[in-house]
Design a protein around this ligand. Structure first.
Ligand SMILES: [Zn+2]
Length: 313
């Protein structure tokens, strides 16, 4: 049994996974919104303890624990630097060492998008393929690349699909640059665009009714279902931007498959995977054999399952 923790900006997902990649127990805790890295680490320890209890083991009996983290991850040093979606995490924090002391077993770290891509490649929708592009459509848009059966991380920053340029004179991206795909498709950027048109949309009314602090994937889905014109227009633009960027990435890498996951990707599901595929096709140069496009199979637990795979490496 191995532990895996997916550390996200809104939730901490922990899972205990057996040798065949099956989930024996899992737990989800909200990510602290105040405090600092030590508070986030304490919440991770609590989530893992609960997942272990559900699986009928103690954390100390696990072979090890893997963690998929946002921010700049130094896997060798076991540290995470400037995870800006997490409270007070501008500097460097020794996350692996802190968790190791709490669990009494080895802890390994990697980037959240890399572990989610690896999970889909080894155990999910990417299993039949040797090369793929993982697209994680959430607050931002992350991308993971597997080439010839191995993850391609470049010098550590490969796969930044969200920052491929889809309009060189376009909107400003949360990263500060102009015209990135994420400026249209990241949930954070979509919320900022919706705010400018607050009077024309029910998005924020739905948010308040559902008692959510921000426009979550569920809020977007409800607004779409209600035919909200602003939500429909912004999601249409997001789909178009993702399709354009994925088409360009496919022209560069010629991968066999594209796997769509992330909070918004999973919530909107199969019909939107089809729509992203349709938006991609006009941009694919080798259009007689476009890649397969699938929805991520492991769902919400993909990140935690992928993190558990770090333990065997
Ligand atoms: Zn950007």
């Amino acid at each position: 049994m191995r532990g895996g923790i997916d550390l996200g900006g809104t939730k901490i997902q922990a899972a205990v996974v057996d040798g065949d990649g099956r989930v024996a127990g899992d737990a989800r805790h909200p990510t602290p919104t105040s405090g600092g890295p030590a508070d986030v680490a304490a919440a991770m320890v609590a989530a893992m303890a609960e997942a272990a209890r559900a699986a009928g083991v103690e954390p100390a009996q696990l072979e090890g624990v893997g963690v998929g983290s946002p921010g700049a991850v130094d896997a060798e040093a076991g540290s995470v630097t400037s995870a800006r979606n997490l409270p007070g995490w501008e500097g460097t924090f020794p996350l692996a060492g802190t968790l190791q002391d709490a669990f009494g077993v080895p802890v390994r770290l990697d980037n959240d998008v890399n572990v989610a891509t690896d999970a889909e490649f080894q155990l999910g929708a990417g299993k039949p393929y040797r090369s793929l592009l993982g697209v994680f459509w959430g607050t931002g848009v992350g991308g993971g690349v597997v080439l010839d059966g191995r993850p391609w991380v470049g010098r550590g920053a490969a796969g930044e699909l969200g920052h491929m340029v889809v309009d060189q004179d376009g909107e400003r991206c949360p990263c500060g640059r102009i015209g990135c795909m994420e400026a249209y498709a990241g949930r954070g950027a979509m919320e900022a665009r919706a705010r400018r048109r607050e009077g024309e949309t029910k998005l924020f009314e739905i948010m308040r009714e559902r008692d959510r602090p921000r426009l979550t994937s569920g809020v977007w889905k409800r607004a779409l279902k209600a035919g909200d014109p602003v939500a429909t227009e912004l999601v249409d633009e997001a789909v178009k931007a993702i399709g354009t960027a994925v088409g360009s990435a496919v022209n560069l890498l010629d991968v066999e498959a594209v796997i769509i996951g992330g909070g918004l990707g999973l919530k909107l599901g199969e019909p939107y995977v089809e729509r992203i595929r349709d938006a991609m096709l006009p941009h694919v140069f080798a259009d007689d054999r476009p890649p397969a496009v699938h929805l991520a199979e492991l769902g919400d637990l993909g990140g935690a399952i992928g993190a558990s795979l770090l333990v065997t490496r």
